[in-house]
Design a protein around this ligand. Sequence first.
Ligand code: AVJ
Length: 319
Amino acid sequence: MTAANKPAVLLSPIAEEVLHGLGARRRQLPPKLFYDKEGSRLFDQITETAEYYPTRTERAILREYARDMVRHAGNNLTLVELGAGSASKTQILIQALLGRQLRADFYPVDVSSSALQGALASLNGHFPRLRVSPIVADYTHHLPDLKRLPGRKLVLFLGSTIGNFEPEEAAGFLRDVRRSLESGDALLIGFDLVKEQGILHAAYNDAEGVTARFNKNVLARINRELGGSFDLDGFAHVAFWNRRKSRIEMHLESLYEQTVWIQDLGRGFHFEPGERIHTENSYKFNDRSIRRLLRRAGFTLERSWTDPQGWFCEALARA
Ligand code: AVJ
C-alpha cells in the first residue's frame, strides 16, 4: 500500500480487509466477510435449496454412522468443535456419544458469540448429561490450547469448511490443530468430494438465486458497515467449476464501467465492464487429496464414511 492511498485514520479490521482486497490488482474479498447476520441467514437458506447437496448429505452420513464414528474415535471423549455455529449437525454425534458414556464435555469454538449462545441454549435443554463450555475465538488465527482440556479429545471440523482454505493454508491450519492435540487424539473432518460438473455447478447457481444473494451480500455489507455505494444490480453472481484447481470459484462481475465510493475508506474504486471481484474458493477433494492433506498435517487417516452416491466424505484422522 502506498502512502497516497492510506487514509490517516485507524481502520476497523473489516475496513482494512476491504481496502486491501479491493485495492489489489486482482480484486478479492475473503469469504469470511459473507457471514454477518444477514449472510449467516442466507447461508442457512442455501442449505435448504434443492441444488445445495453438501449439508444434507453430510447430515445423512452422520445419521447413518455417528455411532460407528464415536466408537472408532475412542473411549471417554471430550468433544471440541471448530466453527461450531449453532451446532445443529453436532447433536447427532452428541447423541451417539452419550449412548456410550455417562457424561461428556463439549467445547464449541466460534467467532460468533451469538451463534454460541444459540448452541448453548438448544444443547443445555436437550442433553442434561452434557457440559457445554463455549469458547469465543477466531480459530483460524489462534487455536485454544486443547491439551489443557481433560480426557481424550475428538475435534470436529464439519461442513467442508476446510474447502475455503488455499491448499497451503489448509495444511498449515490442520498442522496447528495437530499441535494443539496429544497423540492418540482424533479429528473428524468433513470433505466435499469431486463429482460430476453439472451437480457442482448447480449447487453454486441455484435456480432461486439464493447463492447469488449470498455472494452479493458482501457488497451490501460494505454498504451497511462502511458507507459503500455498491449498486447490487451493477454486479452479476458468477460461479463455476475450475477443474484444474479442483475448486468452485465465486466472483462478482461488474456489468458496466462504474466507480464505487466507500465513505469509510475515503476513496472510490473503479470497475471496468466484466471486471471481477473474487469472493470465494470452495475446494473439492478425493481420496488421495484427503489422505495427502491429513498426512502433511501430521495426522493419519484412520477411517472414512461416505454417502451411497460418494458425494461427501467424513474422515476420522488420528493425531
Ligand atoms: C460453508 C464453505 C462449506 O463452500 O460450499 C455455499 C459456503 N458458498 N455456497 C461452501 C458456500 C456458496 C460453503 N462452506
